[in-house]
Structure formats: structure tokens, C-alpha cells
Design a protein around this ligand. Sequence first.
Ligand code: DGL
Length: 281
Amino acid sequence: MVNAPSMPVGIFDSGIGGLSVLRHIRAQLPVESLCYFADSGFAPYGEKPAELVIDRTLSIARYLLSLPCKALVVACNTATAEAIHILRAHYPATPIVGIEPGLKPATQVTKNGIIGVMATERTLMSHKFQRLYEQLRQETGMTFIMQACPGLADRVEHNDLYSARTEQLVLGYVRPLMAQDADTIVLGCTHYPFLEDCIKKSIRQCTDREVQLVDTGVAVTRQLVRVLQRENLTAAEKAVFADTRAFTTGNAHTLAEQFEQLLHIQANVSAVPIETTPNIV
Ligand code: DGL
């Protein structure tokens, strides 16, 4: 099937974290139709083996492209870190945009050169991330403090953004970064922007200094705009009726509620039980 500008853009994540990216895409590209896939039945990816993350990524991409979608956004740092090179090798003709923790943007906003990075364990352990970190450390001489945050994406999946339990968990991850004087925190998982209030509250409990949070959803959207333009795939203003459809391996009703609560969008959600098919990589 030939990609056409009127086809939707497919966006996916291990769960609802990618909605923090989708909101920027909707704002910047209002005439694009979007298909969002939440793999909530298999979340969190960050604590799963790399092979499973690769298999899930390929299975979901195959589904989105069969709809069909004209381009894919991997709105998950963990899936990008472990699987994007394999995804691109499987679908060389499809424009694919990934997301990675915003280390580079952080080097531009930090004042003291001490940057905290909150991400999943799997992202921090990946070769892709290690290469990026090593390159920037050598280029800038700045200090990056890695903070794996097990359990945090799960709190967002459970819509538990403000409870005492979530606050305690966040504080436990923010405190060591503040103790080491970080003045910038990279939100290296797409679930974490939904915890911004809680993260800011934890920062205030630890320090009076100003701390910047870096979310890469805007940068990913800019990249998507560039890629669609380059491939002549930008939707024409009057040619399409832009809408947002969503799919989940979890509960459709829950995802519809999460769209409503987090983004105030009424999405048409279907449950699609995609099994993990081992992929030949
Ligand atoms: N939202 C994902 C990311 O950006 C992963 C969260 C998870 O499933 O562990 O890394």
C-alpha cells in the first residue's frame, strides 16, 4: 500500500504515557488524523526483558500499519531505545519518529551543568542511551545523574497521580537528584509529564533553588512535522476529517476515560488483544 497524506499517523506507547506526546501533536498538527495504540495489557515495558519490548513493538507497528497508517511515532523512550533500529529495518519505506530522553536540550537549559535523568531502568541500560550519554558527557563535560524509577509509569497507568503513595515514590526518586545539586531534570519516560505537579512538589520539599523539567514531546512533534514535509505526507487542510482513534490491549473503557481526564478528548477506543508473536530480528 502506498502511503498517502490523507492516511492517519500511528502513535504508540507501552500504555498511556504516549498521550503526553499526542497532546503536542494534536496542537501542532490539528488536521492530521491520529491512531493511538496503548499496550496497557503489557505495560510497563521498563521492567521487562529487551526481547519482549522488541516483540511488542514490532507486533503493534504491524497492526498500526495494517490500518493503514502513513507514519509511526514511537512515543515510548523504552521502545525507542531497544527497538527503533529493528523497526526501521523491518519497515524501511515507513517514516518512523522515535523519542529519547532530552539530554541535549537539558545541556542548553542547565546553569550549573548538573542534570538529573529520570527514566525506566531499561532505557538507562540500553546501548542507545549509553552512547548518547557518553557522547554528551565528553562534548560538554557536564554531570548526568541517572535515576531509574521503577513503579512510576505504573502509577500513571493506574491514574494514581496525586495519592500519598505516588508522592512518596516520586520523592524517593527526586531527593537523590536534589542532594547532588541537579538544577535540571530530564523526564525520560513519556508517562512522567503527567506527574509534573507531583515532581515539582517533591522538588520544593528538597530545595529552594529553581529546577527546570525537560519534556521531549515538543521536540518529537517538530521532528514529525519535518519528516511529513520531507516525505510529502502532510495532510491537506480540507482533504481530511481529522479524528483520533485509539486501540488498547488493556481495557477500552479505561483508556477512553484516560483520554477524557488527561487530555479532555473524546476518543473512539477499541480493545484489540494483540498477542506477542516472536519476531525474527
Ligand atoms: N512510557 C514509556 C517510556 O517512555 C515506558 C514506561 C514503561 O512502560 O515502563 O519509556
